[in-house]
Write a protein that binds this ligand. Structure first.
Ligand SMILES: [Ca+2]
Ligand SMILES: [Ca+2]
Ligand SMILES: [Ca+2]
Length: 495
């Protein structure tokens, strides 16, 4: 056989190695890295492409048969139970369909697996071929060794000028033809899931950075490829970013932006009021909201059974909605309506023996609800005896129109003052007449003038002899209260 360097070697290349999912035949999965860096020789399936098989169950139910079939083509369930996203299929979806798929997949715990934006924009045929072809039996290229062969030599005697190489060693390793290897690191987008309050502005580029090993900071090249955020409605929204470095290396990242709306709060406390009070159920009740601030003017009374004319415990229920329609918890307060007790105005008294005593004189009663209740006062006990000194008690009671009764007790003290003798020391001349009762009087608080009752108990005056003498008086009032007095009488001679 004629050995030709060019023709005899059989070479079937496997080409770029593509990792095939375990037990998965007929398809190769293009992963993110292979898609964006087609020249890398050994892309690996990123864990990011594995999809929780339970993902999107709810959303899947809403698909029609055709849509389900489409989804099936996009997400292949492998024997290991880990479905994988086939991104070249995703590339054919419209934006609307991508959004739908994103919703299905975003029901899982980790929406970051959504790498729909990693779909290659320009198809690399070498990869697509591998993707669509069943795995062929790999054949290594072998250059058949030339064996010195007698018969071959006999076939070419007419061309003796051809020199046959004496020996060609078989290659130790089959030569694998790889595409040129150009290393380019894929940039990385740095951004995180965010939580914002409803009604606040959302800048998808705030805090987003992209770094590339070769190009450095390429944050300014980051593009928002999808922004589903609606800041006026609570929910979880997808935002997708993409960046391409100078060598065409593409990276993408998805985050979830959660728009929250705090429920407003009502501040109200229990109250106690009096029967008949004017009561404004909104007075002192306030409401506030994280997003809307003061919502006091929006408070609604859901329930109010208050009857201010009757004693009892009543309930008022409030609620408030914020500007986005979120309701507060229902807040209940108790309003206790009380009947104030009436009061009796009566003071302790000191009386003199013999004084007239009218227990109702000067005593009044009043009530917050009923006003003047003086006419309803009852004397329920009265031990006062004004004819004798002593301490006595009087008890009053009064009942208001709501049947509330109060009792008041006062002390009455009956006193008897001692009588007073009015007599002065005197000087007389020897030989003057002396009447011990002259100009001597007696008075008593209770009995009045007691002069007539004055008694001269002793009188030592000798008007004929100079000297100092004493006169001793006494008087008793009608209660036999005794008073005594001593005066000095001086008798002196004529100068
Ligand atoms: Ca709110
Ligand atoms: Ca009352
Ligand atoms: Ca007296």
């Amino acid at each position: 056989m004629k050995l030709n360097k060019k023709s005899k070697a059989t070479l079937i290349t496997v080409g770029t190695s593509v990792v095939i999912a375990s037990g998965f035949t007929g398809y190769a999965i293009m992963n993110h890295d292979s898609a964006v860096a087609p020249h890398k020789s050994k892309p690996a399936i990123s864990a990011k492409h594995k999809v929780d098989p339970k993902l999107g169950e709810t959303a899947r139910k809403n698909l029609d048969a055709n849509e389900k079939e489409q989804l099936k083509e996009i997400i292949h369930e492998t024997n290991s139970g880990s479905p994988l996203i086939q991104e070249n299929r995703v590339a054919k979806l419209t934006d609307n369909e991508k959004s739908q798929l994103a919703k299905i997949l975003s029901e899982g715990d980790n929406p970051s697996i959504l790498l729909l934006d990693t779909v290659p924009k320009q198809t690399d045929k070498s990869i697509i071929n591998l993707v669509t072809k069943p795995k062929e039996k790999e054949v290594v290229p072998i250059i058949e060794p030339t064996k010195p062969d007698e018969s071959q030599e006999q076939e070419i005697p007419t061309e003796p000028e051809i020199i046959i190489p004496p020996k060609i060693d078989p290659p130790v390793e089959p030569p694998i033809i790889d595409p040129p290897l150009i290393e380019n690191s894929i940039p990385i987008i740095y951004t995180e899931n965010k939580t914002i309050h409803v009604g606040t502005s959302f800048d998808p580029m705030a805090g987003v950075h992209a770094l590339d090993f070769e190009d450095g900071d390429i944050s300014s090249f980051v593009q928002v490829t999808y922004n589903g955020v609606n800041t006026s409605e609570e929910g979880s929204y997808l935002v997708m970013y993409e960046v391409t470095d100078k060598s065409g290396g593409k990276a993408s990242k998805s985050i979830t932006v959660t728009v929250i709306n705090d429920a407003p709060e009502i501040f109200a406390s229990d109250k106690t009021i009096s029967i008949g009070d004017n009561f404004d159920p909104l007075e002192g009740v306030t409401a506030s909201d994280t997003e809307d601030g003061d919502l006091t003017s929006s408070i609604t009374i859901l329930e109010n059974n208050l009857d201010t004319s009757t004693e009892g415990i009543y309930q008022i229920t409030y609620i408030v909605k914020d500007n986005y329609g979120k309701e507060s918890s229902q807040i209940n307060i108790k309003v206790t309506v009380v009947n104030d007790a009436p009061s009796i105005q009566a003071d302790n008294l000191v009386l003199h023996v013999g004084e007239l005593f009218d227990p109702l004189k000067g005593v009044t009663a009043s009530d917050k609800q009923d006003g003047d209740l003086t006419s309803k006062i009852e004397v329920i006990s009265n031990s006062v005896d004004t004819s004798a000194e002593g301490e006595y008690e009087v008890q009053y009671s009064v009942t208001d129109s709501h049947n509330k009764t109060v009792i008041k007790t006062i002390q009455i003290v009956v006193v008897n003052d001692a009588p007073q003798i009015i007599a002065e020391d005197r000087t007389i001349l020897v030989g003057d007449l002396f009447d011990p009762l002259e100009d001597v009087t007696a008075q008593d608080t209770e009995d009045g003038d007691l002069t007539a009752k004055i008694e001269v108990i002793s009188n030592t005056v000798d008007t004929l002899t100079e000297g100092e003498y004493t006169v001793f008086y006494s008087v008793k009032d009608s209660q036999d209260k005794l008073t005594t007095k001593v005066v000095t009488i001086t008798v002196r001679g004529v100068l």
